[in-house]
Ligand binder design. Structure first.
Ligand code: SF4
Length: 334
């Protein structure tokens, strides 16, 4: 996909559907094997062969660090190919992780390859905000806190990636300040897709993020407006390519977040087979995605309400992000 705000061709890879946790709200099926080497390399080729002078690979899961060796091998393959065949291109790597496997060795290996880390954290009380399915089993918060502290201690540029539910908007500001006070250099918010967002809750979400930006600025922290909120909105039909473990490519968050909540999106948001098609051909199938998503839910009142509400949230967030950029005039730092 081409990120309109960043001018970067980005391919997100669902490296594996496996995860060492089983969070209550996780709507992610665990039934397929992980990506094989040929598919991982194919995803790298997709990004490199796209037209933009900038490209990026985003490693997602499940938990991608369960396959750290394969992730590193793919980065090395992509870097070698970029140097040999696309010397004028920039290539960025990002890994979104639950943090539990971020030990020093993993950080060394990722750091050597210039990968940025997105630490998935849904509030300063993760064990309450992200309970596990197994009764009596608590979220391994101590391991997560240790990973957070390790990132800060080692001065590794990372972002806290925080998914916010309508009922969590009230603690967004305090949670963000907690991350920043603990040393996170950046926070990134994503409203939860697949749930209904009353308009008031959506407006409050945008207001609270603007408050975080203001407060960070007051404290002399250089948060980047383009990182605080996504530019690929509406997320439910996000103009971005995510390749599943079987090689099928979907729009944005269809697979990682939505496949059990709104299964019809797996048809309406399907772009094609990434093993055979290039990025341009895949994205050609994205045209009309909003209308298709709505059509796919005709007769399903709840599904249609969620899709409409999420499309509306996307518009609202785009306006809010633009307002943030204007307010801080450059968009490079708020
Ligand atoms: S929400 Fe993330 S950390 Fe929790 S089980 Fe799902 S993939 Fe794993």
């Amino acid at each position: 996909m081409r990120d309109p705000a960043r001018g970067t061709e980005t391919v997100a890879l669902l490296v594996t559907r496996a995860c060492q946790l089983d969070c209550v709200y996780c709507r992610f099926r665990r039934y397929k094997p992980a990506m094989d080497e040929a598919l991982l390399r194919r995803c790298a080729d997709l990004a490199l062969e796209a037209e933009s002078p900038e490209c990026a690979l985003v490693f997602l899961g499940g938990e991608p660090l369960l396959r750290l060796d394969q992730v590193l091998e793919t980065m090395d393959y992509a870097s070698a190919r970029r140097a040999a065949e696309f010397p004028g291109k920039t290539l960025a790597f990002s890994v979104t992780t639950n943090g539990l496997l971020l030990d020093d060795a993993a950080l060394d290996a990722l750091g050597e390859r210039g990968a940025s880390i997105q630490l998935s954290l849904d509030g300063s009380r993760q064990e309450a905000q992200r309970p596990l399915k197994a009764a009596g089993k608590a979220y391994p918060s101590a391991a997560l806190d240790a990973a957070f502290a390790r990132l800060v201690r080692r001065k590794i540029p990372f972002a806290v990636h925080s998914v916010v539910s309508p009922e969590g908007v009230g603690s967004l500001f305090e949670d963000a300040l907690d991350y920043l006070e603990r040393g996170a250099p950046q926070v990134h918010f994503q409203y939860r897709v697949g749930v209904e967002w009353p308009r008031e809750a959506g407006l409050a979400y945008a207001r609270e993020i603007a408050r975080v930006a203001e407060e960070a600025r007051r404290r002399g922290l250089a948060l980047s407006a383009k990182e605080l909120m996504d530019s690929n909105e509406p997320a439910i039909v996000s103009p971005s390519v995510t390749v599943d473990v079987d090689g099928l490519a979907y729009l944005g968050c269809t697979v990682p977040a939505m496949e059990e909540i709104l299964p019809a999106l797996k048809t309406s948001n399907l772009l094609g087979d990434a093993r055979r098609l290039g990025l341009r051909e895949l994205m050609a199938a994205a045209a009309g995605a909003e209308a298709r998503a709505l059509d796919a839910h005709r007769g399903d009142a709840r599904g249609e309400r969620i899709v409409r509400s999420n499309i509306e949230m996307g518009r609202l967030c785009l306006e809010a992000e633009a307002a943030l950029r204007r307010r801080f005039s450059s968009g490079a730092a708020v």
